[in-house]
Design a protein around this ligand. Structure first.
Ligand SMILES: Nc1ncnc2c1ncn2[C@@H]1O[C@H](COP(=O)(O)OP(=O)(O)OP(=O)(O)O)[C@@H](O)[C@H]1O
Length: 287
Protein backbone atom coordinates (compact mmCIF):
# COMPACT_ATOMS: atom_id res chain seq x y z
CA UNK A 1 0.00 0.00 0.00
CA UNK A 2 1.30 3.43 -0.88
CA UNK A 3 2.29 5.58 2.06
CA UNK A 4 -0.03 8.45 2.87
CA UNK A 5 1.40 11.66 1.45
CA UNK A 6 2.99 13.93 4.01
CA UNK A 7 2.27 17.69 3.89
CA UNK A 8 5.60 18.29 2.17
CA UNK A 9 4.73 15.80 -0.61
CA UNK A 10 2.11 18.14 -1.94
CA UNK A 11 3.76 21.12 -3.65
CA UNK A 12 0.58 23.12 -3.31
CA UNK A 13 0.06 22.35 0.38
CA UNK A 14 -1.24 25.38 2.21
CA UNK A 15 -3.15 26.77 -0.76
CA UNK A 16 -6.51 28.25 -0.04
CA UNK A 17 -9.02 25.88 -1.58
CA UNK A 18 -9.78 23.02 -3.92
CA UNK A 19 -10.63 25.61 -6.55
CA UNK A 20 -7.07 26.88 -6.37
CA UNK A 21 -5.76 23.39 -6.76
CA UNK A 22 -7.91 22.68 -9.80
CA UNK A 23 -7.12 26.03 -11.41
CA UNK A 24 -3.42 25.46 -10.89
CA UNK A 25 -3.52 21.95 -12.26
CA UNK A 26 -3.31 23.23 -15.83
CA UNK A 27 0.21 23.01 -17.18
CA UNK A 28 1.46 23.11 -20.71
CA UNK A 29 3.44 20.62 -22.74
CA UNK A 30 5.77 22.18 -25.28
CA UNK A 31 7.15 20.24 -28.23
CA UNK A 32 9.53 22.15 -30.47
CA UNK A 33 10.98 20.23 -33.40
CA UNK A 34 13.81 21.24 -35.70
CA UNK A 35 13.25 24.94 -35.16
CA UNK A 36 15.43 27.24 -37.23
CA UNK A 37 15.32 31.00 -37.36
CA UNK A 38 16.94 33.38 -39.81
CA UNK A 39 16.76 37.16 -39.40
CA UNK A 40 16.92 39.16 -42.61
CA UNK A 41 17.11 42.63 -41.13
CA UNK A 42 20.65 43.65 -42.28
CA UNK A 43 22.66 43.06 -45.42
CA UNK A 44 23.43 39.45 -44.45
CA UNK A 45 20.98 36.92 -43.05
CA UNK A 46 21.60 36.00 -39.40
CA UNK A 47 21.04 32.36 -38.48
CA UNK A 48 19.92 32.58 -34.88
CA UNK A 49 18.76 28.96 -34.42
CA UNK A 50 19.32 25.78 -36.36
CA UNK A 51 17.38 22.52 -35.97
CA UNK A 52 16.71 23.18 -32.31
CA UNK A 53 14.41 20.62 -30.71
CA UNK A 54 13.14 20.62 -27.15
CA UNK A 55 10.24 19.01 -25.29
CA UNK A 56 9.00 20.48 -22.02
CA UNK A 57 7.02 18.13 -19.80
CA UNK A 58 3.98 19.59 -18.02
CA UNK A 59 4.95 21.16 -14.72
CA UNK A 60 8.69 21.08 -15.41
CA UNK A 61 11.22 23.87 -14.89
CA UNK A 62 13.76 24.02 -17.70
CA UNK A 63 16.66 26.45 -17.87
CA UNK A 64 18.55 27.35 -21.02
CA UNK A 65 22.16 28.52 -20.88
CA UNK A 66 24.45 29.27 -23.79
CA UNK A 67 26.88 31.75 -25.23
CA UNK A 68 25.71 35.29 -25.77
CA UNK A 69 23.84 35.66 -29.04
CA UNK A 70 23.21 31.91 -29.51
CA UNK A 71 19.46 32.37 -29.87
CA UNK A 72 18.15 31.72 -26.35
CA UNK A 73 15.79 34.70 -26.28
CA UNK A 74 14.78 34.08 -29.86
CA UNK A 75 13.69 30.56 -28.96
CA UNK A 76 11.76 31.77 -25.92
CA UNK A 77 10.02 34.38 -28.05
CA UNK A 78 9.14 31.78 -30.69
CA UNK A 79 7.60 29.50 -28.04
CA UNK A 80 5.61 32.46 -26.70
CA UNK A 81 4.44 33.51 -30.15
CA UNK A 82 6.30 36.84 -30.14
CA UNK A 83 8.53 35.75 -33.01
CA UNK A 84 7.90 33.64 -36.10
CA UNK A 85 10.09 30.61 -36.69
CA UNK A 86 11.59 30.22 -40.17
CA UNK A 87 11.46 26.41 -40.17
CA UNK A 88 10.22 23.75 -37.77
CA UNK A 89 7.22 23.28 -35.52
CA UNK A 90 6.29 24.41 -32.03
CA UNK A 91 3.26 22.93 -30.30
CA UNK A 92 1.99 24.09 -26.94
CA UNK A 93 -0.67 21.68 -25.70
CA UNK A 94 -2.32 20.26 -22.62
CA UNK A 95 -3.85 23.35 -21.12
CA UNK A 96 -6.49 25.59 -22.59
CA UNK A 97 -6.11 29.09 -21.21
CA UNK A 98 -6.92 32.60 -22.48
CA UNK A 99 -3.27 33.54 -21.86
CA UNK A 100 -1.35 30.58 -23.31
CA UNK A 101 1.99 31.87 -22.00
CA UNK A 102 3.09 34.64 -19.66
CA UNK A 103 6.48 36.36 -19.96
CA UNK A 104 8.82 37.73 -17.31
CA UNK A 105 11.56 39.90 -18.81
CA UNK A 106 14.83 41.08 -17.30
CA UNK A 107 13.72 44.69 -16.93
CA UNK A 108 11.01 47.10 -17.94
CA UNK A 109 8.44 44.32 -17.73
CA UNK A 110 6.03 46.20 -15.49
CA UNK A 111 3.84 49.07 -16.59
CA UNK A 112 5.17 52.26 -14.97
CA UNK A 113 1.81 54.02 -15.07
CA UNK A 114 0.03 51.27 -13.14
CA UNK A 115 0.16 50.58 -9.41
CA UNK A 116 1.59 47.34 -8.11
CA UNK A 117 -1.90 45.91 -7.70
CA UNK A 118 -2.95 46.98 -11.22
CA UNK A 119 0.19 45.40 -12.64
CA UNK A 120 -0.42 42.12 -10.83
CA UNK A 121 -4.02 41.94 -12.04
CA UNK A 122 -3.39 43.21 -15.58
CA UNK A 123 -3.63 39.80 -17.25
CA UNK A 124 -6.74 38.94 -15.25
CA UNK A 125 -8.39 42.17 -16.37
CA UNK A 126 -7.59 41.32 -20.00
CA UNK A 127 -9.24 37.94 -19.44
CA UNK A 128 -12.40 39.55 -18.12
CA UNK A 129 -12.00 38.15 -14.60
CA UNK A 130 -14.51 39.71 -12.20
CA UNK A 131 -13.44 42.50 -9.89
CA UNK A 132 -14.03 40.37 -6.79
CA UNK A 133 -11.95 37.50 -8.14
CA UNK A 134 -9.19 39.89 -9.24
CA UNK A 135 -9.09 41.35 -5.74
CA UNK A 136 -8.87 37.91 -4.19
CA UNK A 137 -6.05 36.82 -6.50
CA UNK A 138 -4.21 40.13 -6.04
CA UNK A 139 -4.34 39.81 -2.24
CA UNK A 140 -3.00 36.28 -2.48
CA UNK A 141 -0.12 37.14 -4.81
CA UNK A 142 0.83 40.39 -3.15
CA UNK A 143 1.14 38.48 0.10
CA UNK A 144 3.14 35.69 -1.50
CA UNK A 145 5.68 38.11 -2.96
CA UNK A 146 5.64 40.23 0.22
CA UNK A 147 4.31 43.35 -1.46
CA UNK A 148 1.00 43.68 0.35
CA UNK A 149 2.11 47.01 1.82
CA UNK A 150 2.99 48.35 -1.62
CA UNK A 151 -0.25 47.58 -3.47
CA UNK A 152 -0.86 51.26 -4.22
CA UNK A 153 2.76 52.12 -5.03
CA UNK A 154 4.03 52.74 -8.55
CA UNK A 155 7.02 50.84 -9.97
CA UNK A 156 9.35 53.86 -9.74
CA UNK A 157 8.80 53.82 -5.96
CA UNK A 158 10.13 50.25 -5.71
CA UNK A 159 13.59 48.69 -5.72
CA UNK A 160 14.66 46.59 -8.71
CA UNK A 161 14.05 43.39 -6.75
CA UNK A 162 10.56 44.50 -5.78
CA UNK A 163 9.75 45.38 -9.40
CA UNK A 164 10.79 41.88 -10.47
CA UNK A 165 8.61 40.42 -7.74
CA UNK A 166 5.71 42.36 -9.28
CA UNK A 167 6.56 40.96 -12.73
CA UNK A 168 6.80 37.41 -11.37
CA UNK A 169 3.55 37.75 -9.41
CA UNK A 170 1.80 39.09 -12.50
CA UNK A 171 2.93 36.13 -14.58
CA UNK A 172 1.83 33.57 -11.98
CA UNK A 173 -1.41 35.44 -11.22
CA UNK A 174 -2.62 35.04 -14.80
CA UNK A 175 -2.84 31.29 -14.13
CA UNK A 176 -1.18 30.77 -17.50
CA UNK A 177 0.01 27.18 -17.96
CA UNK A 178 3.38 28.27 -19.39
CA UNK A 179 5.76 30.85 -17.94
CA UNK A 180 8.56 32.12 -20.16
CA UNK A 181 11.28 33.92 -18.25
CA UNK A 182 14.10 35.78 -19.98
CA UNK A 183 16.84 36.52 -17.45
CA UNK A 184 14.23 37.55 -14.87
CA UNK A 185 16.83 38.09 -12.16
CA UNK A 186 19.63 39.25 -14.46
CA UNK A 187 19.56 42.93 -13.54
CA UNK A 188 19.62 42.42 -9.77
CA UNK A 189 22.59 42.75 -7.43
CA UNK A 190 24.12 39.46 -6.29
CA UNK A 191 22.53 39.41 -2.84
CA UNK A 192 19.03 40.28 -4.07
CA UNK A 193 19.41 37.76 -6.85
CA UNK A 194 20.18 34.92 -4.43
CA UNK A 195 17.20 35.82 -2.26
CA UNK A 196 14.97 35.98 -5.32
CA UNK A 197 16.20 32.61 -6.54
CA UNK A 198 14.97 31.11 -3.29
CA UNK A 199 11.66 32.94 -3.54
CA UNK A 200 11.15 31.93 -7.15
CA UNK A 201 11.91 28.28 -6.47
CA UNK A 202 9.41 28.31 -3.57
CA UNK A 203 6.67 29.95 -5.64
CA UNK A 204 7.23 27.55 -8.49
CA UNK A 205 7.21 24.53 -6.20
CA UNK A 206 3.80 25.67 -4.92
CA UNK A 207 2.41 26.17 -8.45
CA UNK A 208 4.30 23.72 -10.68
CA UNK A 209 3.60 25.61 -13.87
CA UNK A 210 5.65 24.66 -16.92
CA UNK A 211 8.56 27.11 -16.94
CA UNK A 212 11.19 27.83 -19.56
CA UNK A 213 13.83 30.22 -18.32
CA UNK A 214 16.86 31.76 -20.00
CA UNK A 215 19.75 32.58 -17.70
CA UNK A 216 23.46 33.34 -17.94
CA UNK A 217 23.98 32.14 -14.40
CA UNK A 218 24.91 28.46 -14.18
CA UNK A 219 24.27 28.32 -10.42
CA UNK A 220 20.83 29.81 -10.92
CA UNK A 221 20.02 27.21 -13.57
CA UNK A 222 21.05 24.40 -11.20
CA UNK A 223 19.19 25.84 -8.20
CA UNK A 224 15.94 26.36 -10.10
CA UNK A 225 15.80 23.86 -12.91
CA UNK A 226 14.80 20.24 -13.36
CA UNK A 227 16.87 20.33 -16.53
CA UNK A 228 19.58 22.56 -17.90
CA UNK A 229 19.78 22.89 -21.67
CA UNK A 230 23.17 23.97 -22.96
CA UNK A 231 23.16 25.55 -26.41
CA UNK A 232 25.96 25.85 -28.94
CA UNK A 233 27.18 29.24 -30.19
CA UNK A 234 25.04 30.79 -32.93
CA UNK A 235 23.31 29.33 -34.75
CA UNK A 236 21.97 27.84 -31.54
CA UNK A 237 21.61 24.09 -31.46
CA UNK A 238 21.13 21.73 -28.56
CA UNK A 239 24.51 20.84 -27.13
CA UNK A 240 23.59 19.14 -23.85
CA UNK A 241 20.43 18.24 -21.98
CA UNK A 242 21.34 17.82 -18.33
CA UNK A 243 18.99 16.44 -15.70
CA UNK A 244 19.36 18.21 -12.36
CA UNK A 245 19.26 15.57 -9.63
CA UNK A 246 18.52 17.69 -6.53
CA UNK A 247 15.38 16.82 -4.55
CA UNK A 248 12.60 19.31 -4.00
CA UNK A 249 11.73 21.38 -2.12
CA UNK A 250 15.06 22.96 -2.88
CA UNK A 251 17.00 25.63 -1.08
CA UNK A 252 20.13 27.53 -1.93
CA UNK A 253 21.93 25.01 0.32
CA UNK A 254 22.27 22.61 -2.65
CA UNK A 255 25.09 24.87 -3.82
CA UNK A 256 27.41 23.43 -1.21
CA UNK A 257 27.02 19.80 -2.33
CA UNK A 258 29.76 18.02 -4.32
CA UNK A 259 27.26 17.13 -7.06
CA UNK A 260 26.41 20.80 -7.55
CA UNK A 261 30.10 21.64 -7.87
CA UNK A 262 30.54 18.83 -10.39
CA UNK A 263 27.61 19.93 -12.53
CA UNK A 264 28.62 23.58 -12.38
CA UNK A 265 32.16 22.70 -13.58
CA UNK A 266 30.79 20.46 -16.29
CA UNK A 267 28.48 23.14 -17.71
CA UNK A 268 31.14 25.82 -17.44
CA UNK A 269 33.64 23.62 -19.30
CA UNK A 270 31.05 22.99 -21.99
CA UNK A 271 30.53 26.73 -22.52
CA UNK A 272 34.22 27.53 -22.21
CA UNK A 273 35.12 24.92 -24.82
CA UNK A 274 32.96 26.74 -27.36
CA UNK A 275 34.39 30.11 -26.41
CA UNK A 276 37.96 28.86 -26.83
CA UNK A 277 37.00 27.29 -30.16
CA UNK A 278 36.00 30.76 -31.34
CA UNK A 279 32.35 30.72 -30.30
CA UNK A 280 30.30 33.77 -29.62
CA UNK A 281 31.47 34.30 -26.06
CA UNK A 282 30.95 32.14 -23.02
CA UNK A 283 32.26 35.16 -21.14
CA UNK A 284 28.64 36.10 -20.65
CA UNK A 285 27.98 33.02 -18.57
CA UNK A 286 28.95 33.14 -14.92
CA UNK A 287 30.20 30.04 -13.18
N1 LIG B 1 15.03 41.22 -34.54
C1 LIG B 1 16.25 40.82 -34.90
N2 LIG B 1 16.77 41.19 -36.08
C2 LIG B 1 17.99 40.78 -36.47
N3 LIG B 1 18.78 39.98 -35.73
C3 LIG B 1 18.32 39.58 -34.55
C4 LIG B 1 17.03 39.98 -34.06
N4 LIG B 1 16.83 39.42 -32.85
C5 LIG B 1 17.95 38.72 -32.58
N5 LIG B 1 18.83 38.81 -33.60
C6 LIG B 1 20.13 38.14 -33.67
O1 LIG B 1 19.92 36.76 -33.47
C7 LIG B 1 20.96 36.21 -32.67
C8 LIG B 1 20.35 35.56 -31.45
O2 LIG B 1 19.81 36.59 -30.59
P1 LIG B 1 19.20 36.26 -29.17
O3 LIG B 1 18.84 37.56 -28.53
O4 LIG B 1 18.15 35.25 -29.32
O5 LIG B 1 20.44 35.62 -28.43
P2 LIG B 1 20.65 35.28 -26.89
O6 LIG B 1 21.29 33.96 -26.84
O7 LIG B 1 19.38 35.47 -26.15
O8 LIG B 1 21.69 36.42 -26.50
P3 LIG B 1 22.05 37.05 -25.07
O9 LIG B 1 22.49 35.91 -24.22
O10 LIG B 1 23.19 37.97 -25.36
O11 LIG B 1 20.84 37.74 -24.57
C9 LIG B 1 21.91 37.37 -32.34
O12 LIG B 1 22.98 37.34 -33.26
C10 LIG B 1 21.07 38.58 -32.56
O13 LIG B 1 21.85 39.68 -32.96
Amino acid sequence: MAAAPSPTDDPRAGRDSDTDRQADAARATVVAEDVSKVFFSGSDPVWALEDFSLTLEPGSFTCIVGPSGCGKSTFLRIVGGLEERTVGTVEVTGAEHPIPSAFVFQEHGVFPWMTVRENVTFGLRMMGTSRAERDRIAEDWLRRVRLQDFARSYPHQLSGGMRQRVAIARAFATGSPLLLMDEPLGALDAQTRMLMQEELVTLWEQERKTVLMVTHDIDEALILGDRVIVMTPRPGRLKEDIEVPFARPRSIGVESTPEFTRLRSHIWESLREDALAGGAGAKEATA
